[in-house]
Design a protein. Structure first.
Length: 318
């Protein structure tokens, strides 16, 4: 997994060079060819629709996942490292840009060697677990509106998940609970989220235990994998740490996304501790804006790009 999943750079509309720096990627330590690689992924000539460009002249590249390096051999006999990156394009407000075209892509090593790659739209279904806060926080009368708004936003967004994806629904309070196991049938899930999920009026909010259980469920799932958390509560159980969740997610290439409801105990830092190490995104919004937060997360799943390349770094310690 990546040590750093996100570094933002400024790019001018129609003439940007957006870059991601990935220092000390621990994956690189698995080969004797290179003990330390400082990789630059440059996306050159990023074109976005005029309407998007009018909103902002600054764009950034957000790394979602990296696969490799896998040792391969060039026809010339030289040993190489095959690498693959998934990424999304964000505007200055951190919103996903769903449509973008790339003139060229390249990966540059710290010694100046540059390798070309091709950026394409990432295709294929996902396995997604939706984890919903059903703890005492949401059971309070004052939170009834937020709880309903959160469930409605999730239910209304299900159609944006790519067809053919496997979706499961879990809740957490004192313990995680599976409401619906993996299914490809999205049609009944909306009513399930709206009508079958109720909050518990006592006990604790075991956010990290719920997230760990959800990641564990995803570990054996097919396709690309993502956990989407909707919560107003921070963890007050202490039976799991955020790092327990992210370590398991990293081992299994699972991206964690989170929507936090402002005005309650959860903070942006609580959620970014889960999303940043795993390549996901965090959105904190007021009750009336939750639909926009969920839509942005869904765009993050459906608007990813993939770039592949083979590196031929110099042998030996660096």
């Amino acid at each position: 997994m990546l040590t750093y999943n996100r570094v933002e750079t400024t790019a001018a509309y129609l003439h940007p060079t957006a870059a991601i720096f990935i220092p000390n990627n621990p994956l690189m330590h698995r080969t004797t060819l290179l003990s330390r690689l400082f990789t630059l992924l440059a996306i050159c000539g990023l074109f976005v629709p005029a309407a998007v460009g009018a909103q902002s002249s600054q764009f950034s590249i957000h790394i979602n996942d990296a696969r490799g390096p896998n040792q391969v051999q060039h026809p010339s006999g030289l040993p190489g490292l095959a690498m693959e990156f998934d990424f999304t394009v964000l505007n200055a407000q951190g919103e996903v840009v769903p449509k973008a075209e790339f003139q060229s892509t390249s990966i540059e090593l710290d010694n100046g060697d540059t390798y070309t790659g091709q950026a394409n739209k990432a295709e294929g279904p996902w396995s997604v677990v939706i984890l919903i806060d059903a703890s005492k926080t949401m059971a309070a009368f004052s939170a009834s509106g937020a709880f309903k708004a959160a469930r409605t936003a999730l239910a209304d967004s299900l159609g944006q998940i790519p067809d053919g994806s496997n979706i499961a629904i879990l809740t957490f309070d004192d313990l995680p609970k599976t409401i619906v196991d993996f299914t490809k049938d999205k049609n009944p899930l909306g009513d399930t989220i709206r009508k079958r999920i109720t909050a518990k009026n006592s006990g604790n909010s075991c956010l990290y235990a719920g997230a760990f259980d959800a990641v564990n469920k995803l570990s054996g799932a097919s396709g690309r994998r993502a956990l989407l958390i909707m919560t107003a509560s921070k963890d007050n159980c202490g039976n799991r740490l955020a790092q327990d969740v992210t370590n398991l997610a990293q081992e299994n290439h699972i991206e964690i996304y989170a929507v936090g409801v402002k005005g309650y105990s959860v903070t942006e830092e609580d959620l970014t501790s889960l999303t940043d190490p795993t390549g996901g995104l965090t959105n904190m919004r007021e009750q009336g804006e939750l639909v926009f937060a969920v839509e942005n997360i869904m765009k993050g799943l459906s608007s990813q790009f993939t770039v592949k390349t083979i590196l031929f770094p110099p042998a030996g310690q660096r």
